[in-house]
Design a protein around this ligand. Structure first.
Ligand code: XMP
Length: 516
């Protein structure tokens, strides 16, 4: 995993039982400046030895040790001499496998609970002994395995934390990784810094230095291209690769005409002028419009755009000589999820700007070990503007899936202007960063209005603004009325062809974030 980037770094592995928390655990460990990776719970002992981690964390999970066929890890992991922390189900399973007993309490414990820790323990060193923690479990450890000491309890869970300092194995029933456990990060730090003897050296500067070295080694004297999408991931990847190989890099930006206002200009300004990166802009606006003519079905739009994108890219790549590397802005969540996600297909999230599959390039994925917040931190460290680093996500098919009906240049222009006003006003109200996405949608119906003494018959603009953690679920944002009022006034007055503004108050599910 991660190619050479993983060499010589102290690593902590999170053994994943499919809990929603394991990703959070890995992120928290990284917040402690220690590199962590998520691996399947049934990873073999040989594989672990090969990775040579300094610590293992056994994540929680929805399973119960009492249900036959529940996931198990290899018992030999306890004989490796690597410090281990079990969390929730991770602790219960550990207790059971090491000869302890796990009871079905019949009682669930969910939510905030007061925890009482003992003095002179490793996990609670220099942390208040009485503190609030987040619990979410049904089973509990009833009898600890031999050699373990009880180090914390709550009112309803006696074994809330246990330690075997001699063997360097620890367990907590609560969730130290969630924000509702205020001293959770300190507990993790005690495990990482004392039990695993980690150095807090996984910092942005060190990540950048290591990545640059790695890219240089891989690319050598070869030429490399990078498709820019206007989003933060490809921007950060491009600047990082440029730092490593300079003029060997050429960036390509396909302007498919479905972009937000000023996007093409911003790419020009940032990459060519500020960073002095070789940039080729391909004006493919007409091509895409022609292909989209007459299409109203959302999935058809996605397929057409995805295919055309690949075609444009292929044509360009064909003209280039001696290029055999391609930069991809793949992030760690994609790496974790690829192959494991089995969700029903709601929309084809065509990765426009992604890899043309048939092309014969070797891939450089400099962000494949990073979470989104780490990519943003890297972007800031590399000197990218706030506007790019904090840009909200934007779908690959762009404005095409925000025009509910056929895409025409007139409709694109209306939507682009309205969308720019939404961005300006949410930024002015200091809301932009706290919103997952905020944008305009153009529904291709017309309604009657009156402007001056004239009757109008024009399009409505729908404003969509949502809060979300990961786009899987989302809530409509409670925008203040005065912001909505300004949006409505400005859009109707400044965008010709619009005479009505509506606000979308649907959450996801049952709706989706985009309208198509
Ligand atoms: P939905 O509408 O499914 O969107 O709730 C979830 C997130 O995905 C983005 N999205 C897309 N991104 N290609 C993309 O690259 C697509 O076809 C696409 N459709 C939706 C959407 O903007 C939101 O962030």
């Amino acid at each position: 995993m991660g190619g050479n980037q993983g060499k010589n770094i102290q690593k902590v592995l999170v053994l994943d039982f499919g809990a929603q928390y394991s990703r959070l655990i890995a992120r928290r460990v990284r917040e402690c400046k220690v590199y962590s990776e998520i691996v399947p719970y049934d990873i073999s002992v040989d594989e672990i030895k090969k990775i040579n981690p300094v610590g293992l964390i056994l994540s929680g999970g929805p399973a119960s040790v009492h249900v036959p066929g529940s996931p198990l890890y290899n018992k030999k992991i306890f004989e490796l001499g690597i410090p281990i922390l079990g969390i929730c189900y991770g602790m219960q399973l550990m207790a059971k496998m090491l000869g302890g007993e796990v009871a079905k309490t019949g009682k669930s414990e969910y939510g905030k609970t007061k925890l009482f820790a003992k003095e002179d323990t490793l996990l609670f060193k220099e942390i208040p002994l009485e503190q609030s923690v987040w619990m979410s479990h049904r089973d509990s450890v009833k009898t600890m395995p031999t050699g373990f000491e009880l180090v914390a309890s709550t009112e309803s869970t006696k074994v809330a934390a246990m330690e075997n300092v001699e063997k360097n194995i620890y367990g907590v029933q609560f969730h130290p990784e969630v924000a509702h456990t205020p001293f959770g990060l300190d507990i993790l730090k005690n495990f990482l810094y004392i039990a695993c003897q980690c150095n807090p050296s996984w910092t942005m500067v060190s990540i950048i230095e290591r990545s640059i070295k790695d890219i240089k080694e891989k690319v050598g004297k070869n030429k490399i291209i990078c498709g820019l999408s206007g989003g933060v991931d490809s921007a950060v990847a491009a600047v990082l690769v440029h730092k490593a190989v300079g003029d060997q890099l050429t960036c390509v930006f396909v302007n498919h005409g479905l972009l937000r206002k000023g996007e093409a200009e911003q790419v020009e300004e940032t990459f060519r002028r500020n960073f002095k990166i070789n940039l080729v802009q391909i004006d493919a606006r007409e091509r895409f419009l022609k292909k989209l003519k007459g299409i109203t079905d959302p999935e058809k739009k996605r397929v057409v755009i995805g295919e055309e994108f690949i075609r444009v890219f292929e044509e360009f790549a064909h003209e280039l000589k001696d290029v055999n590397f391609l930069v991809q802005g793949t992030l760690y969540p994609d790496v974790i999820e690829s192959g494991t996600r089995d969700a029903a297909k709601i929309k084809t999230h065509h990765n426009v700007g992604g890899l043309p599959l048939k092309m014969d390039f070797k891939l450089i994925e400099p962000l494949r070990l990073l979470f989104k917040d780490e990519v943003r931190a890297m972007g800031e460290e590399l000197g990218l503007s706030e506007e790019i680093v904090w840009r909200q996500p934007f779908p690959g098919p762009g404005l095409a899936i925000r025009i509910i009906g056929e895409v025409t240049s007139e409709r694109l222009e209306i939507l682009r202007q309205a969308d720019a006003i939404v961005t300006e006003e949410t930024k002015r109200a200091n809301l932009y960063r706290s919103l997952w996405q905020s944008f305009a949608v153009l529904a291709c119906v017309k309604s009657v209005g009156v402007m001056g003494d004239e009757r109008t018959y024009s399009y409505p603009i729908i404003i969509r603004a949502v809060t979300s953690e990961d786009a899987m679920t989302a809530d409509w944002a409670r925008l203040p009325y005065d912001v909505l009022e300004r949006l409505s006034n400005r859009i109707i007055n400044e965008v010709s062809g619009v005479n009505r503004v509506a606000y979308d108050i649907s959450s996801k599910p049952p709706s989706t974030i985009e309208w198509e």
